[in-house]
Design a protein around this ligand. Structure first.
Ligand code: 3HC
Length: 296
């Protein structure tokens, strides 16, 4: 099945990025949000990101204009009815996601493919709310932040997946310029299965005094060639997001390596969520020059 029109539900950081890369690649895109103010914010992020790409010579001015002409915003889910692929990137709440899928299932033609950008919820559990035929056309499409810059896309299939529909979403991933890795529904898929225990171990190491925040970050950047050290990455991803993912993974695997360290939980409780709240393992009062937090 050829995908021509893509719907994206949720225009936050991830949804806006997904809508952007789809439109850049030539797809007609409808980006849907619950309220106009969220849609405006998402669209402004897309415009800003495209401007940066033009500034850096990665996108021509004509391509930017063409991209924006392919991109429509909406606050009405019904506007997604004629999309061939609909990617959901809303809040990580099973109930709210399933309510959205049920509406989509009822209003879309039988061959429409649905996908979720969830980073940790079970794809099988999410699709359980759908009709049996739609369950075969429901996948995980897990993007990475920042979506326009990160090359990877995880394409997640389930035990019920239709092979033709799975091939179509993998093809879509390639067309939007991503390297697609195929994986099956297991908590954390490939990347978070390895990344989350690593990030949690960095916190445990810090708690045990193996090094300072800055030195642990420096160690992994300069010793292993990682673009960001674990604490910079934790702040970038969000401490609440990491905590939430680790809780879900711990519930699935019951292994200590997925359990959240006490410090992470306390920082989340204290509202230290990383970059987005201005404080995490670093203090972002001066965003260009973050300083490690003093944690007693
Ligand atoms: N669109 C366009 N430009 C963007 C952008 C966007 N959305 N986001 C950032 N940029 C720009 C920056 O503003 C910066 O511009 P500037 O030079 O004018 O300031 C430029 O891109 C990046 O320039 P850098 O020289 O800083 O580029 P880097 O080579 O350092 O790359 C990075 C930045 C790609 C973010 C890199 O640091 C990196 O790869 N970090 C790791 C990110 C990562 O691991 N992400 C995955 C997180 S895990 C996840 O998402 C899964 C989830 O389930 C938890």
């Amino acid at each position: 099945m050829e995908i021509k029109k893509v719907g994206v539900i949720g225009c936050g950081l991830m949804g806006a990025g997904i809508a952007q890369v789809s439109a850049v690649a030539g797809y007609q895109v409808v980006a849907c949000e619950v309220e106009q103010r969220f849609l405006d914010k998402g669209m402004a992020n897309i415009t800003g990101s495209l401007a940066k790409l033009v500034e850096k010579g990665k996108l021509s001015d004509e391509d930017r204009t063409a991209t924006l002409s392919r991109l429509k915003g909406s606050t009405d889910l019904n506007d997604l009815a004629d999309c061939n692929l609909i990617i959901e990137a809303i809040i990580e709440n099973k109930k709210i996601k399933q309510e959205t899928y049920i509406k989509l299932d009822q209003m879309c033609p039988p061959d429409t493919i649905l996908a979720s950008n969830t980073s940790s919820l079970s794809i099988t559990e999410l699709m359980a709310a759908l009709s049996p035929s739609r369950q075969q056309r429901f996948f995980g499409l897990h993007f990475f932040n920042p979506v326009p810059l990160m090359k990877l896309l995880e394409a997640v299939r389930t035990i019920l997946s239709d092979e033709g529909a799975y091939a179509s979403v993998c093809e879509f991933g390639k067309k939007i310029g991503k390297a697609v890795v195929q994986t099956r529904d297991s908590s954390g898929f490939i990347v978070n299965r390895l990344l989350v225990p690593y990030l949690l171990d960095a916190i445990r190491g810090f708690e045990e005094g193996i090094g300072s925040i800055e030195d642990i970050d420096k160690g992994m950047m300069l010793g292993c060639g990682y673009p960001m050290g674990p604490f910079t990455l934790l702040d970038f991803v969000g401490l609440d997001t990491t905590y939430y993912i680790s809780e879900i993974m711990f519930e699935e695997f019951r292994e200590k390596r997925f359990a959240s360290p006490a410090l992470l939980k306390r920082m989340v409780l204290a509202g230290m969520l990383g970059r987005k709240s201005g404080r995490g393992f670093y203090d972002y009062s001066d965003p260009k020059n973050p300083k490690p937090m003093k944690l007693n």
